[in-house]
Design a protein around this ligand. Structure first.
Ligand SMILES: [Zn+2]
Length: 222
């Protein structure tokens, strides 16, 4: 199953549609009208294309951050599944080894922050835009997805430098407080690759977390 994400160019004016009885959704961000995020979306395209391989459980999770990523970075593509045959997905066909990288801490991965490592990658010297593949799943399931999708191993993988500062995404159980959400990891990577601004994405994530916390508090007070 492939899921292409519409670019968020002309649809940012929030209007309300009723997808369900009594529940109005914003046509700009597709969030509940009471949770509209349009004011926090910058929709600044990156030069690098983000290709998210999303586990089906994440696609259904109401606290998943990839939706925010697609709202803020229009050239993000999502493919939902666990095992992918590249021949079945137009987004996976024709990916070149020179211009495609994987953000995943494998045995062979190189720290992305390392300038020396970047200089060794010829692709950073060519004019063609890069594709960065990101796995969106729990830690354990990401590992499985990496193992069963052998075709991923042909791409150079990168990991981010271990940062002990707490993630701003604290609304979901994680093994460690500093573990980053998919949105945070992707934006940090884009920032390293092409100076993509981190702050607008973090502000959007902050607003999203604020609304989720409000929901939890309202539920508790009922
Ligand atoms: Zn909205």
């Amino acid at each position: 199953m492939s899921k292409s994400i519409p670019s968020s160019d002309d649809s940012m004016t929030p209007t309300l549609t009723h997808k369900q009885t009594q529940r109005a959704f914003c046509s700009g961000c597709a969030m509940l009208s009471t949770h509209c995020l349009c004011d926090s979306i910058s929709a600044l395209p990156s030069r690098t294309q983000l290709l998210v391989l999303q586990h089906p459980q994440e696609a259904k999770h109401h606290k998943n951050t990839v939706k925010l990523l697609t709202l803020n970075i229009p050239n993000t593509q999502i493919i939902v599944g666990e095992q992918f045959d590249p021949n079945d997905f137009v987004q996976l066909q024709g990916l070149s080894r020179a211009n495609t990288f994987l953000l995943y801490p494998s045995d062979q991965s190189i720290e992305l922050e390392s300038v020396a490592a970047l200089q060794e990658q010829q692709a950073y010297k060519v004019a063609e835009p890069l594709t960065l593949i990101v796995i969106d799943s729990s830690w354990k399931k990401s590992k499985k997805m990496y193992l069963i999708n052998q075709w991923l191993h042909s791409f150079q993988s990168f990991h981010l430098k271990l940062d002990q500062s707490p993630s701003i995404y604290q609304i979901r159980k994680k093994r460690e407080a500093h573990f980053r959400s998919t949105l945070e990891a992707s934006v940090i990577a884009l920032n390293i690759l092409e100076d993509y601004p981190i702050e607008p994405c973090y502000q959007l994530l902050d607003r999203f977390c604020e609304l989720k916390i409000q929901d939890i508090n309202q539920f508790k007070n009922k």
